[in-house]
Design a protein around this ligand. Structure first.
Ligand code: TMP
Ligand code: ASP
Length: 237
């Protein structure tokens, strides 16, 4: 059993703790829920536990599909043991259906199917409101090496194949999602989390929103929706 030590870092919804093994840290999912780059923050009870178990389930599915991830094991209801990586400050987004900032930026109608899917990079920087960037910014400013940028893109699309099917089989549309990667002993590995906090999921028939847009838009039933998604794909809560 790994031993939890001092807090290393605290983000808007998760905290990272050291362990007695330098190669591993503990990722702790809090109930804090944030939107608009931290402008709106509330505690939603059960969220830490739901997202921790949801993320563990998804990371295991991705690992089974050959995608390297940082996830090692659940530590307790709200915490997981993950590899201690050097994170790249870049967010990788894939969009299968138009929603959110894409619609605002380009005037595309919400719900438009995107064929082929669109890939976008954003800089992870709340003060700058996560601006959209491209490969040139990443290379010139040294946020990641060219080969690692290519690897992040390749893995993000691989995740799309696996998860689009997983959610479709459970009656949902994976509209879009955001991934973050890091380096562990030189290898590009999927980090952070995959949960309804960082993706858009719609019911395939009714198009009901089952993700963090319920929180952003004040629709209510946020955690109930996350639990519904978890139940449908077979996460045991
Ligand atoms: P966007 O429509 O706001 O650009 O977001 C696209 C997807 O990426 C959506 O599922 C939300 C997710 N996302 C985050 O979770 N955090 C972020 O900081 C950003 C920019 C996007
Ligand atoms: N996760 C980011 C935030 O907390 C962006 C968002 O989800 O709206 O502000």
């Amino acid at each position: 059993m790994m031993e939890k030590r001092q807090e290393l870092f605290t983000g808007k919804a998760k905290s990272i703790y050291a362990t007695d093994n330098d190669d591993y840290v503990i990722m702790s999912f809090r109930d804090d829920t944030s939107a608009f780059d931290g402008e709106k923050i509330e505690q939603l009870s059960r969220k830490g536990e739901v997202n921790n178990k949801f993320n563990a389930f998804i990371m295991e599915q991705l690992a089974n599909a050959g995608i390297p991830t940082h996830f090692k094991a659940l530590f307790n209801n709200t915490e997981s043991v993950v590899k201690n990586m050097q994170m790249m400050p870049v967010e990788c987004v894939v969009r299968n259906v138009a929603a959110g900032s894409l619609c605002r930026r380009l005037g595309v109608e919400d719900g438009t199917e995107l064929t082929p899917p669109i890939f976008e990079f954003f800089l992870k920087n709340d003060e700058l409101h996560d601006p959209m960037i491209n490969e040139y910014h990443i290379e010139t400013f040294g946020w990641a090496k060219e080969e690692d940028v290519n690897k992040m893109k390749e893995l993000t699309f691989k995740v799309n194949v696996v998860l689009t099917k997983l959610f479709a089989d459970a009656g949902m549309i994976l509209v879009d999602y955001k991934l973050e990667f890091g380096l562990f002993k030189g290898e590009v590995i999927l980090g952070d989390e995959f949960s309804p906090d960082g993706c858009r999921l719609w019911d395939a028939e009714t198009r009901k929103k089952l993700d963090k847009d319920r929180f952003r838009q004040g629709l209510g039933g946020v955690i109930e929706a996350y639990e519904e998604v978890a139940r449908r794909i077979g996460v045991s809560l």
